[in-house]
Design a protein around this ligand. Structure first.
Ligand code: GRF
Length: 203
């Protein structure tokens, strides 16, 4: 069984999409654990609703990034994931975790990277009158939103589109593309996994 661990910090709608796709067998694998760094995140409730073990590791209780990562690493080692998915996880990981799980950690980011790493991506798209917006799924390294790109989902920004509508459209892409790519990891032999890299999906 392909074991997935999801790291979250907030609402967890992407976690929910992954849970639903596992239940519906669109992902050939199981979410064996969730790790959340915010005790108030709604994502915790989503994991509980489906009886998925959820570890709450509050980063504020640690003196340094390294100490926090060491604690997360201890949990990850116990969970033995084949793939770690950062789905709205608002912490930069250090090499303590990255080196241990090389090519096994992916992140979803709401922009067409390398455009707009970091926060407020939708706002920036609107302010700059961009014609296109989208999401990127990429491997995680120790820089913010900077690892090797796996797949992008792209949409055309409508004229005078408001931000709420744009965010809704982006979330829809995320909820389709992330489970699709996770299932590629779950089903493709390791040697063939580079077949999934660098694809753009137009929505
Ligand atoms: C998503 O837009 C994701 O791309 C970004 O954070 C957001 C998380 O949303 N990294 P949710 O918590 O999955 O609803």
């Amino acid at each position: 069984m392909f074991k997935i661990v999801v790291l979250v910090s907030g609402n967890g709608s992407n976690l929910q999409a992954l849970i639903n796709n596992c239940i519906e067998n669109h992902i050939t694998g199981n979410i064996v654990g969730v790790i959340c760094n915010d005790p108030n995140a709604f994502a915790i409730k989503r994991a509980e609703n489906h009886s998925i073990p959820c570890e709450i590791i509050d980063h504020k209780e640690f003196l340094s990034r390294e100490e926090f990562d060491q604690r997360v690493l201890d949990s990850l080692i116990k969970m033995q994931p084949d793939l770690i998915v950062l789905a709205g996880f608002m912490r930069i990981l250090t090499n303590i975790i990255i080196d241990r799980f090389e090519n096994k950690i992916i992140n979803i980011h709401p922009s067409l990277l390398p455009k707009y790493p970091g926060l407020d991506t939708h706002q920036k798209v609107i302010e700059n009158n961009d014609k296109f917006h989208g999401v990127t799924i990429h491997f995680v390294n120790n820089e913010l939103d900077a690892g090797k790109v796996i797949a992008q989902g792209k949409l055309k920004v409508e004229k005078s589109e408001n931000i709420a509508k744009l965010i809704e459209r982006i979330h829809k892409i995320e909820h389709d593309l992330l489970p699709y790519i996770v299932n590629k990891f779950a089903t493709l032999e390791i040697e063939k996994q580079n077949e999934i890299y660098y694809k753009t999906y137009n929505f």
